[in-house]
Design a protein. Structure first.
Length: 225
């Protein structure tokens, strides 16, 4: 089972309609989303894609570095995506035994032009914006977030403040976040164009003060095909 199975062609999924927000409350929303996280992020999901059966996804962060690991039901890792504060991101293909540079999640869940640090913040219940990104209120319940070579619209709702959907400014994918506990989504649906989707269901989340990121495999660079 290769990492690319996660972006196989699948059936679509429904989403709840967005709720409008009083535009005068958007400053309140921005302040809520800028609140510091309780600690680092350590989260485990059940991952569903019909043609591959049950998978698990673990995401661990250490500041601006982290690991995103997809595993088979009995613990054998399929792939690990590692990123660091310098902006370097590598995908480790556990089956082939090689590594290659990537820029985003397109080879993992079909999402392009969306960096790993920003994706991890979204899982943690925050706007997908890292220091240096530009965040602009564009309407009641809408933020535009602009980074280096990418941009998204994040749709939010109130009481409590939470992100309910993210779409690229250019592109076809979207992320729908549902069943929140506070600001943290318990269910995440990814629709990546051409009918592709994946679903994440939260199993466990922790906020450790300190983490030790998993060691990276000593894999050679992948050979171009």
């Amino acid at each position: 089972m290769a990492a690319v199975v996660v972006v196989m062609v699948l059936s679509g999924c429904a989403t709840a309609p967005r709720v409008s927000v009083d535009p005068t409350r958007m400053a309140e929303a921005e302040a809520a989303f800028n609140a510091p996280l309780p600690g680092e992020l350590a989260v485990l999901y059940r991952m569903r894609i019909p043609r591959s059966g049950s998978l698990s996804l673990t995401v661990i962060t250490d500041g601006a570095s982290g690991r995103w690991t997809i595993s088979e039901p009995f613990g054998s890792a399929v792939s690990m995506t590692a990123w660091n504060h310098a902006g370097d991101t590598l995908l480790y293909d556990m089956e082939v035994g090689c590594r290659r540079p990537v820029e985003d999640l397109r080879e993992v869940v079909g999402i392009d032009a969306f960096p790993m640090t920003q994706a991890a913040r979204l899982l943690a219940g925050r706007l997908p914006a890292a220091p240096g990104d530009r965040v602009v209120v564009t309407g009641g319940g809408e933020f535009e977030i602009h980074g280096d070579g990418w941009g998204v619209t994040a749709y939010v709702t109130a009481d409590p403040w939470r992100v309910v959907e993210v779409r690229p400014l250019r592109g076809r994918w979207r992320i729908m976040l549902e069943e929140h506990e506070g600001s943290v989504p318990r269910r995440i649906r990814v629709k990546a164009g051409r009918g592709r989707w994946a679903e994440l269901e939260l199993s466990r989340i922790e906020w450790p003060e300190e983490v030790s990121l998993p060691a990276l495999p000593a894999f050679p660079a992948c050979v171009a095909r």
